[in-house]
Write a protein that binds this ligand. Structure first.
Ligand code: CP3
Length: 337
């Protein structure tokens, strides 16, 4: 699940009552404690490193804060070619070493758990386009006026920012693999803002750069690419050289399968708000999801982040339904892909 370590868990809120979000990310012992909470409490098949996609932007000098109730804020947004030149080139081991420490510690602690909880660890980062969506706006935005205006008025300048972000992301994620991340997920939360042609021109080239760089380091580490609101981008997604395509709930998995073919594993895509339904309804919806995903490899997941008001019991109902029905629905394949 996305944000599987998060506010819907009382045990997470108890840690957050003591420290702010960035301190939590920067303190490996605490980051690992909350990374492992969903493994123990909900029974997921993988741990997701506790961190945030925006941390490398802070290391580039943009001044990241999480304001109470407002989400992320950048003190120094980047909106022009001179702003791009003003960004620092981070030294990932020095500036983001706390993330790598958390990965090493999480791997050690996972190895010491009982066998059924000894799950793999997933590292992650944002795609350059999605990182830019926050960095250019100076935080979360609904309309993305600064970013889209820049994209029309000076596409070459924006492409330079995206290339800088691709270079930093490639080094940052290579470091995650070196520290022990066993798969890498790239989050393209705002990729769906673009029509297919602009997605191909602006958003895809920097993603390909990252994928190529990670392949050169270790071609065995699976890459999961997530796009939100990307139902109109299926032809583009089919061309991405990644093992796993993760999509939001607005596009049915059988339609994605028809567009991308049998080779790719699909990940997703229960509507996170469906976890607010009754456990019985969650079970029915999960069986439907398993059926839609049955045409090939399927990593069951939500279509976006779990909501903070989700009862943990409902998250467990979702996972329990996969355990109970996965093997039956996906005949001939293992229930736990
Ligand atoms: O369990 C996990 O999934 C691991 C950790 C994780 C977090 N953020 C922790 C977090 C992951 C994988 C992310 C990814 C992330 N961060 C994305 C991509 C996925 C998506 O949701 O679209 C994005 C866009 C961000 C940036 C970000 N971080 C925003 C916009 C916010 C504020 C919005 C919100 O939900 O409050 C965050 C904060 C954040 N990152 C929280 C968590 C658990 C909530 C913070 C808190 O505890 O107060």
């Amino acid at each position: 699940m996305m944000r599987q370590a998060g506010r819907y868990l009382a045990e997470y809120r108890a840690v957050r009552d003591k420290v702010d979000f960035l301190t939590l990310c920067r303190t490996p012992e605490l980051a690992v404690e909350v990374t492992l909470q969903p493994v123990r409490l909900v029974g997921v098949d993988a741990a997701i490193l506790f961190a945030d996609i925006l941390l490398p932007l802070d290391a580039m000098g943009a001044g990241l804060r999480f304001a109470q109730g407002d989400g992320p804020v950048f003190d120094r947004p980047v909106r022009s070619a001179p702003d791009v030149d003003g960004l620092r080139e981070p030294e990932v081991e020095r500036d983001l070493g706390y993330v790598y420490d958390a990965i090493r510690l999480a791997r050690r602690e996972l190895a010491a758990l009982p066998p059924e909880q000894r799950v793999p660890l997933i590292g992650f980062g944002g795609t350059p386009w999605t990182l830019a969506a926050y960095l250019v706006e100076g935080g979360t935005s609904k309309s993305h006026g600064h970013l889209l205006s820049w994209s029309w008025q000076d596409p070459a300048g924006l492409a330079r920012l995206l290339a800088r972000l691709a270079g930093v992301s490639a080094r940052y994620l290579a470091g995650q693999i070196a520290a022990g991340a066993q798969a890498i997920q790239l989050f393209d939360t705002w990729g769906g803002l673009l029509d297919a042609r602009r997605f191909r021109e602006l958003a895809l080239p920097p993603v390909l750069r990252i994928v190529e760089a990670l392949r050169a380091i270790d071609p065995r580490v699976p890459i999961i690419y997530y796009v939100n609101n990307g139902g109109h981008l299926l032809a583009e997604l089919a061309t991405l050289p990644v093992e796993v395509l993760s999509v939001d709930w607005r596009v049915p998995l059988d339609r994605v399968r028809a567009a991308v073919g049998p080779a790719k594993v699909l990940q997703g895509n229960l509507d996170p708000t469906a976890l607010l339904a009754s456990p019985a309804r969650i079970e029915e919806l999960t069986v439907e999801l398993l059926e839609q995903g049955a045409g090939g490899g399927h990593v069951v997941n939500l279509g976006h982040g779990i909501l903070p008001n989700t009862p943990p019991e409902h998250a467990r109902a979702f996972i329990g339904a996969v355990r109970r029905h996965g093997a039956r629905v996906v005949t001939g394949q293992a229930a736990r892909v």
